[in-house]
Ligand binder design. Sequence first.
Ligand code: PEP
Ligand code: MG
Length: 397
Amino acid sequence: LALAYGGATGHLAIIARSRGLPALVAVGGGLLDLDNGRTVLLDADNGRLLADPDSAQIEAARSLLRKREANRVARLASAAQPAHTLDGVEIEVAGNIADREEAEIALHNGADGIGLLRSEFLFMERDQRPSAAEQQTAYQAILDTMAGRPTTIRTIDIGADKPVSYLTLAKEDNPALGVRGIRLSLADDALFDDQFGALLSLTPLTKLRLMVPMVAEVSEVVRVKARIDQLAEQLGLKERPQFGVMIEVPSAALMAEQIAQYVDFFSVGTNDLTQYTLAMDRCNPDMAARLDQLHPAVLRLLAMTVEGARKHGKWVGVCGGAAGDRQAIPLLLGLGVSELSVAPPMVAEVKELVRSLDREHCAAAMAGILQLESAAAVRAEVLRRWPQCGRHGNGEE
Ligand code: PEP
Ligand code: MG
């Protein structure tokens, strides 16, 4: 898939990644001048689209693909085993999914659970909201597929680049800063009760992790918790799911210590956290090359998040794109993240990389890395310290 426009963490790119489809974004308008029927070679690793490759180039690409496929199959053999670092720390590697079919792909690739179900996909491409019963059936099917593994269901993140005509009616000048995510759920009682009621009716609730997106203020968390308590009482619940919030707005990272009192866990959404920290739209092709989740500003917010959580004995995962970025993984482990949730086809590869890292060494490197001045400097330092984090596992970029 090659797109003239778009961004690497935009939703089209997310869907491509979850299906294991090589994709290029922001190639530029020149892409549209290519005639139908031309042969092209898409090299997503190096961000290149080559028109009219010669036979040697095609053969080289085919041979690389054969090698990759052999590696992928070999990795699957140990994919279902837990991933421990060299110094014995278990890291949960989970899948980011949109539906039950993707839960199966995640399982096939060895996922320890689901770290992010983007439930908004159930609301899209239709003209009326799904009923509570329809939602319950869809979520239960995913929980059943995961057969006792922890399953994180995020309540709807509609708005911004995921508008839904029957829910987001008012036109907003800056939709990414408007009524999206938990703001939309809290603004519509029926919408909230249908989704949270469906989630609280699932079994077994002990395997469900209920998570809310786009939290910016402590008061939102307090309101959500109070409503969950009310619904749980109405339903006469004896068990409760774990409750977590996404950290994807800088204010939430800065207030992590305060928010941590009210939750069981955090999951960092580095796609939005990077967009809002750098003030660069994740869907804007002119920003695509600069929007790097390894920017030290983003890493510093991540460090604050883990620190805030730790003060209250809570755990932190990452479900944004950084969790599947080979060069980010030693940094996330070094900061104290204990769960990585990635596109299903990447689970086995991430487990393999985790097994090659020593968490203590990663942690010891962080003080220096947080002092660096740019994402490029961070990437260079990662490759110097951990050559296995190169795209081809050998330090090469
Ligand atoms: C994120 O923002 O990093 C995230 C995981 O949520 P989404 O990509 O669905 O906005
Ligand atoms: Mg997000």
